[in-house]
Design a protein around this ligand. Structure first.
Ligand code: ZN
Length: 276
């Protein structure tokens, strides 16, 4: 009997200070801030390469099964497969209420690159945490308010900077910036589709070279962690230089979080688009 009680207690205490897995960095950073020291937290996809084509490994499957809660944006096909394979109630999707852009019949997952739209994701994270662990409601609410304030101030900074740019077209190798484009009034022109390994057609490269020349752009953009061959080729054809953007939010420094990476992105955009 005692043994049984002990077992029950250990199970209870395990689930009480349980572990959460965030599938990607855009989920991980705000979740980490909201959770503080209350729960252990891990990120599933740690590779710097294109996070859109993640393949579940047996070790990762183990981590997911061992977690008490899994949070995922739910906008990629690999996330939909996860959802099907994990017990219901263990996985929370965070896409509810997002004003999604579509690529054909698929959603564009890069919502985090517009702080305006990302606010919906962060609110969903807070709501899910409160539902899962109501004993800490006040704490999560307080941390959420702080995070929201920082998001709002980043939003104002992006808005005031991007409206002053001499160049209004962001030419990038990865089609990640359409939310930023929609919400902050710049145009985007991208070489590849949402998936990094989609090779651009020669006709697409030619069209971009023409646009870059016509608009007299000084810089084009490539992605941290992704192949920049095509960007370098276009730069050589147009006399432009290549600046780096980080759209996956993969940490380049140990101390990186959402805000430090977005500040770096903003600095690159400011230089590349000639903003004040
Ligand atoms: Zn991407």
């Amino acid at each position: 009997m005692l043994q049984l009680i002990f077992l029950m207690l250990s199970v209870l205490s395990l689930s009480f200070c349980g572990e959460i897995v965030a599938t990607t960095y855009p989920v991980y950073y705000p979740l980490k801030y909201l959770v503080g020291e209350k729960h252990r937290l891990e990120v599933l996809v740690r590779s710097q390469a294109d996070p859109h084509h993640y393949e579940l490994t047996p070790k990762d499957a183990e981590r997911l099964l061992g977690a008490n809660l899994v949070m995922t944006l739910g906008l990629e096909s690999w996330e939909w497969r996860l959802l099907k394979n994990l017990p219901k109630g263990k996985v929370v999707t965070l896409s509810e209420g997002i004003n999604l852009l579509k690529r054909g019949s698929f959603p564009d997952p890069h919502v985090w690159l517009s702080p305006k739209e990302y606010r919906v994701v962060v609110r969903n994270i807070k709501d899910a945490l409160v539902r899962w662990d109501p004993s800490q409601r006040a704490y999560y609410q307080e941390r959420y308010s702080q995070y929201l304030q920082r998001l709002n101030s980043l939003d104002r900074k992006l808005e005031s900077t991007l409206k002053t740019c001499s160049y209004r077209t962001l030419v990038s190798t990865h089609r990640a910036w359409d939310y930023l484009s929609r919400d902050y009034g710049i145009k985007t022109l991208s070489l590849s589709g949402v998936h990094a390994e989609e090779e651009p057609k020669p006709s697409e490269i030619k069209a971009i070279v023409q646009t870059v020349k016509r608009e007299g752009l000084k810089y084009i953009f490539a992605e941290v962690g992704q192949d920049r061959k095509v960007a370098d080729f276009i730069a050589s054809q147009t006399g432009t230089r290549v600046l780096m953007l980080n759209s996956s939010l993969f940490p380049q420094l140990n101390s990186d979080d959402y805000f430090s990476i977005m500040e770096r992105n903003l600095r690159a955009l400011r230089e590349g688009l000639g903003c004040r």
